[in-house]
Design a binder for this molecule. Structure first.
Ligand code: CP3
Length: 344
């Protein structure tokens, strides 16, 4: 692993004159070349499980924009599927899964070791990427954090308030805890294989962390991510971990230490100035431009990008959006963001 890569330097705590940059969902429907490859694959899941085509869509934003990192093309819901849940995507609506709301449902899940039967094509994708990326580009592997993955496994779909998961936690804590533990253990195995295949950094997406209140935030967002991070670092000393407890607000403070993560990704619910004073003092941060600027562009995009770069310029920073880019974004606005970050 080359320590000259800018993303790895920022993750190691170095303050760089220009922050390295990549973008959540950088391979996605805002790009015509993504839509063409997705059509070739047939559907989204076929694309995820086709190593050649999944690698192709991962390369596309690197070729077009020269981002400093590539993120493996896959999905956080492949873990539930590998554990035996049914998974499908409804066009225009999103993911659907079989639900787990009882001990009997939980008992149908497969043991963690079985995940590789389903997920081995993903490890192949990582190998293709590891061999094919430019020397300066960092390869990021990822998984969903256990709470976020559990919210989909319990509800069977995305929910505005994660109500079904909160309800199961209140009504049947043993089954809820068993789901969290099974996903946590599977995630360690999954990410460990990604690292063996060539991932140089791993990121944990806790997209729904913000709905956990009080002690639940610590018990179900921070602690499972801490356990995954500790076990991965024991297996792969020095592997950098980015954690994204989205919607954490003031609870981003102390998150580096609570998780043991090298970098905390921040959404757009906090300002970069606040994050510099309260989060970046504990380690590197990634974020936090509003994704909507990729749709609206113009002077606001330029001034907000400059403001974030400046606010976080006194410590280690990886420039990114606060959440994934949306399908209605204009690819030219992405170029404008990159030029603004790199051009000063
Ligand atoms: O960032 C990247 O480019 C890497 C690939 C990636 C995808 N999903 C591809 C994808 C990553 C890192 C994810 C993570 C993911 N998936 C999260 C966590 C991050 C976040 O956005 O909060 C979540 C919650 C999911 C679950 C998921 N996958 C949903 C809710 C949806 C449907 C919503 C939508 O945008 O359509 C997906 C589908 C999905 N995952 C797409 C992509 C490119 C769109 C699928 C398509 O091509 O139709």
């Amino acid at each position: 692993m080359s320590k000259d890569k800018t993303i790895l330097r920022a993750l190691a705590g170095e303050t760089l004159p220009t922050p390295p940059i990549w973008m959540m969902r950088q391979a996605g429907r805002y790009l015509p070349e993504y839509k063409a490859t997705r059509a070739q694959a047939g559907d989204f899941l076929s694309l995820c499980y086709n190593p050649e085509l999944a690698a192709e869509v991962t390369f596309q934003p690197i070729r077009r924009y020269g981002f400093d990192a590539a993120i493996l093309f896959a999905d956080i819901l492949l873990i539930p599927q590998a554990l035996g849940a049914d998974l499908w995507f409804v066009t225009g609506e999103g993911p659907r899964l079989s639900t787990i709301t009882s001990q009997a449902d939980f008992d149908k899940l497969k043991p963690v070791e079985a995940i590789h039967d389903t997920l081995s094509p993903i490890y192949e994708t990582v190998k293709i990427l590891s061999n094919g990326l430019p020397a300066e580009t960092t390869l990021i592997g990822f998984a969903g954090a256990p709470w976020t993955v559990a919210t989909y496994m319990i509800a069977g779909q995305g929910t505005p308030d994660q109500g079904p998961a909160h309800a199961l936690k209140a009504e049947n804590l043993p089954v809820f805890d068993a789901i969290i533990d099974r996903v946590t253990e599977a995630t360690v195995l999954y990410l460990s294989e990604q690292i063996k295949a060539g991932a140089e950094v791993v990121k944990l997406f806790d997209s729904w962390a913000g709905s956990l209140q009080g002690g639940d935030f610590e018990n179900y967002s921070l602690k499972p991510m801490q356990r995954i991070t500790a076990e991965l670092k024991a297996l792969h000393p020095g592997i950098p971990v980015i954690a994204f407890p989205r919607g954490a607000g003031e609870r981003y403070v102390g998150a580096h230490a609570a998780i043991g993560a090298d970098c905390i990704a921040i959404d757009d619910g906090v300002t970069a100035e606040w994050a510099a004073e309260n989060v970046q003092i504990s380690g590197s941060v990634q974020g936090n431009l509003k994704s909507s600027h990729m749709v609206t562009g113009g002077d606001n995009l330029v001034s907000e990008t400059k403001r974030i770069v400046k606010a976080l310029s006194n410590g280690p920073h990886i420039f990114n959006l606060g959440h994934g880019i949306t399908p209605d974004a204009d690819p030219e606005n992405v170029q404008l963001m990159i030029d603004t970050v790199r051009g000063g």
